[in-house]
Design a protein around this ligand. Structure first.
Ligand code: RIB
Ligand code: CA
Length: 312
């Protein structure tokens, strides 16, 4: 029985790879819908990019719902410097033709959780947590109907990428993240501590291209665009492929290891806004509320990703 998931996303080249990985795994995952959120680029672009990614996968049937266009409390901070002005810079793509659903993404999340049996829907947030936080505020009853929230965001040992203290997804909407981390829903966190270990080296990039398929060329092209920022900044061997780690966890949890600990979100300080204060060393008696991942089998991750891309 495939696991039912909703992907909440701000594509984003790495979001695109995550969506493709999910679409390439129908035996294990049933994608109920994609909800888009403002993040890497404004909502109109993240929504258009989600349409384009589904069309790259030849899946115009996927239901896409536009969500929130700004964070709960702050003005929107975007990341064109990383993802380009379209948010999906790289190989050119035609304008999408597939529809976007009329229902608001937040209402789709609420209705889906209320209509599916409790504990049978997993949410995979790949961007700022605005849609999830808004859904929990609007419908607190859904908190204990969520099977699991498997999100990319935050950092502990890797600290920050948009400020010295915070990772982008949490930084953009710390109030929404605070609601999510206090919701009581089971949470798995894929922080920069893990995603900075899945770097798209030249060999891994070549493996995407060697697939000889449209999807392989697209993933290689997106990664090549996306990596120039991280290589310059971190001198790393390639781009960290952040978002697909969430989908990979659903397919192969054995590739990851972490700790069930307390994680709280800084919302008051200007200096450390959006910091995920992870009690990795359990120095407090604050109750554990998240499985915070710390390590990954990077080769295993890329073998899985490349093998699945070959199926599209
Ligand atoms: O900090 C990395 C995260 O921010 C990724 O989800 C990337 O797509 C951007 O949204
Ligand atoms: Ca993202």
């Amino acid at each position: 029985m495939p696991r039912k998931i909703i992907i909440d996303t701000d594509p984003g080249q790495d979001d695109a790879a995550a969506i493709l990985l999910a679409l390439a795994s129908p035996d294990e995952l049933e994608l109920l819908g994609i909800t888009t959120v403002a993040g890497n680029v404004p909502l109109d672009l993240t929504t258009k990019n989600a349409q384009m990614v589904c069309e790259v996968a030849k899946r115009p049937d996927v239901k896409i719902f536009a969500g929130c266009d700004r964070p709960l409390a702050h003005t929107l901070v975007t990341a064109e410097h990383v993802h380009g002005k379209t948010g999906l810079d790289g190989p050119p793509l035609p304008n999408p033709k597939m529809p976007v659903q009329d229902q608001h993404g937040v209402d789709f999340i609420i209705d889906t959780l209320r209509h599916e049996p409790p504990g049978t829907v997993t949410i995979c947030p790949l961007g700022p947590l605005t849609n999830i936080g808004t859904a929990l505020q609007k419908a607190p009853d859904i908190a204990d109907r969520i099977q699991e929230i498997v999100l990319m965001g935050g950092a502990y040992f890797q600290v920050g990428n948009i400020t010295p203290a915070a990772e982008f997804n949490i930084y953009v909407d710390p109030e929404a993240a605070d609601i999510v981390f206090k919701s009581g829903a089971p949470i798995v966190v894929m922080p920069l501590d893990v995603t900075h270990k899945v770097l798209v080296t030249q060999a891994r990039l070549d493996a995407f291209r060697a697939l000889g398929t449209h999807v392989g060329r697209m993933v290689a092209g997106w990664t090549e665009f996306f990596e120039r920022f991280d290589k310059e900044k971190y001198g790393s061997a390639g781009a960290p492929l952040h978002d697909p780690t969430t989908i990979a966890y659903l397919l192969r949890p054995d590739l990851f290891s972490g700790r069930h600990i307390n994680v709280e979100i800084e919302t008051g300080s200007k200096l450390t806004r959006g910091m995920t204060v992870a009690d990795w060393w359990r120095v407090t008696d604050r109750p554990a509320n998240a499985t915070f991942m710390g390590d990954v089998d990077a080769d295993g991750f890329f073998e899985l990703l490349t093998e699945r891309m070959a199926r599209l």
